[in-house]
Design a protein around this ligand. Sequence first.
Ligand SMILES: C[S+](C)CC[C@H](N)C(=O)O
Ligand SMILES: N[C@@H](CCS)C(=O)O
Ligand SMILES: [Zn+2]
Length: 342
Amino acid sequence: MGKGTASFVREWVAEKCGGYAVIDGGLATELERHGADLKDPLWSAKCLLTASHLLRKVHLDYLDAGANILITASYQATLEGFEGKGYSRGEGEALLRRSVEIAREARDIFSDKCTKNSCDRLRNGRSCTPPILVAASVGSYGAYLADGSEYSGHYGDAVTVETLKNFHRMRLLILADSDPDLIAFETIPNKIEAQAYAELLEEEGIEIPAWFSFSCKDGSNVVSGDSISECAAIADSCERVAAVGVNCTAPRYIHSLIESITKVTNKPVLVYPNSGETYDGESKQWMKSSGEGEEDFVSYVAKWRDAGASLFGGCCRTTPSTIKAITEALSAKASDDDNQNS
Ligand SMILES: C[S+](C)CC[C@H](N)C(=O)O
Ligand SMILES: N[C@@H](CCS)C(=O)O
Ligand SMILES: [Zn+2]
């Protein structure tokens, strides 16, 4: 295993980011706000076919908002999905590689801009050329099904750990070989998929550090009903996993989920909730949930940091303005904490 894989995120956050890092926000959401029609089996990955300029722009907008981590457009990009559109295996592989390349291009453009804009100025109170990682997204089998199954996690008895490993193997190998800094296994809906990822990382000797991020239905369970403690424990037992957390989950559950996760692992904890709305896989639309509106979860971020999380961002239905507000809230908290300690 690559030296430092297990501790990569911890050390990067501590040494390069000053103790916390900002993840980007909803990629698909922002693509749609710019007019992309993602009602398609490939969802956000559809833009890899025709709109790489827009993907690069959205990545750049998230960097401008303060993000330290860009998640690539590969969430719903699969060789099978591309084949369904008439692309060969080779073309599908090139599209997967392109997802990482586009994010790296955005990072290079942004870093050049920072350098040109005089490096001794401060950006949001932090260094002018911020540390930026590219995380290659791996969506679940349920994402590939393109029916919103990542919010049920019920794949049926015929789908086993072995089925999932076979489904994910090639794409993982291609993405890991595309030079990302991290592999982001996102919106994991159940225990068997976490198990499949952990086994694949080991069997294939993947050298790129990974994070496991689960989609949850309440304060203690992932969407399938498996407990977050059991799921996080699987991540904890895999040396190649460098951070564990929760994404695309309603903000009201995040605090309790952080508490459960920190009981079973010392790995860095990441949280990037959605807006609290509910996704309808059939119409491919977000529905307002009953109860209080939660679009503005930024005011909770400081409490999530106190609860033990160190990476924060947004998932579906969040935008660069959410990420800008998170960046500002964390910066204000860091100043408050410094003042109290001095
Ligand atoms: C994270 S969900 C909103 C992604 C889209 C879903 N897999 C679908 O295709 O409908
Ligand atoms: N990173 C994904 C969403 C995961 S739920 C996207 O493409 O927007
Ligand atoms: Zn999401």
